[in-house]
Design a protein around this ligand. Sequence first.
Ligand SMILES: Nc1ncnc2c1ncn2[C@@H]1O[C@H](COP(=O)(O)OP(=O)(O)OP(=O)(O)O)[C@@H](O)[C@H]1O
Ligand SMILES: [Mg+2]
Length: 444
Amino acid sequence: MVDKIKNENRRTASRTIAQERALADTSAGGFEKLLADLSSVFVRASVDEIDDEIEHWLERIVLAMGVDRSTVVQSDPQDGQLYITHQWAREGVSALPRSRTAPPRQFSWLVDKVYSGEVLVISRVDDLPPEASTVREAFRLIGNKSNLTVPLRVGGLVVGALLFGAIVSEKHWSEQDVQRLKLVAEILGNALERKRAEAEIRRPLEELRQSSQVMALGELTASLAHELNQPLGAILNNAKAVRRLLTAASPDLSEINEALEDIIRDDARAVDIVKNVRAMFMRGEVKMSTVDVQELLLDVARIVGADARTKRISCSTELPDSPALVRGNQTHLTQAVLNLVMNAFDSVCDSEGPRKVTLLAARDKGDEIRVSVRDSGKGIDPAAMPRLFEPFFTTKPSGMGMGLTIVRSIVENHGGRIWATPNSDCGATLQFTLPVDPASTQSG
Ligand SMILES: Nc1ncnc2c1ncn2[C@@H]1O[C@H](COP(=O)(O)OP(=O)(O)OP(=O)(O)O)[C@@H](O)[C@H]1O
Ligand SMILES: [Mg+2]
């Protein structure tokens, strides 16, 4: 959308006549100097300064040309209508209405001329041709005795116009005036082109930022780092195990083979994670399929098995008798449960009590599957409860605070909900629901 005029308080001139005369130096050298200044200012102006500079320079040009009012109108890319975006008028000369209303219909002849790229030189409003009678009336209403309209072009396309009006007395536009103001329009057009180009570049970024599904780039990077930590750590552990096994007098080849299989599997998982995290957060194509939640929990239990043994955690599963099928992305859902299990492991290791973590799946009332991760850890600090799912919220010295943010994002992208509850004895349960795969409901 075209910007509205920023400053509702119109700038007015409050100069002495002598000062105005000095400014109105239209001698060749005077105006050429002004054009050179104008050009160098707009080349250097940052995009954020362009609007203010345009209004400032309209003032200087109006005074230099000895006219009374100048207006910039631009077409709104959304509705194609022309709106006033910048204006300057001498003291005592009324400004044109600034409301965001399209130009009145009386101006349609003028608007057509602008879009056809014509420069309209009107030294006397009365000289307007009969077909422009409505424009003549409209000019009289707004007090214009003479008018000059130069189309503003951006990349060859007319996107608006620069208008000069003489209100106090008629102004005869010389050929030189027209040439000079065409140059002014060219310089302003270039500046506006820069502004529009930047807006075009910003738009997709804005859309990206506004989209609730898409995380900020920092969060995306943090998510990747977070999710890769686990498989990379597992790969390192298995590689160390292989090295240790190889130092034995008679190496246990089947154990070495198992560790290598794990390395290959974890490496494939890491590759998958990179692909999928990127796809999810950048709104790419996420592969959906029917996922059996039971198998998924067993897979997670397998992935964390070695870690659980090292940390002396008893990690078990409680699964329903019948398959629990949901529609989703296998990698994402595995990551979600894995993040919950990692938190549960951290919590049980941080407490003096028993180290027990249970992965549960159950069919809830309605068409939902509930996945829970219950631990016997230190429990969740009630003060932390409302912030658990916030990005970068952590109570751990080396935590990133991304685990639960990622889980929530995954669960919500699958049409589910997630919440945390303290257990009645000790520890906490993190659980989420997922809608049952519609295909499995139909067939069963
Ligand atoms: N099972 C749990 N028991 C107790 N507190 C928990 C549990 N799960 C999460 N929390 C709390 O929620 C916070 C946020 O968890 P989250 O997984 O998002 O980040 P983190 O584990 O601190 O760091 P990381 O990004 O490395 O996972 C934790 O710091 C912890 O205070
Ligand atoms: Mg975590």
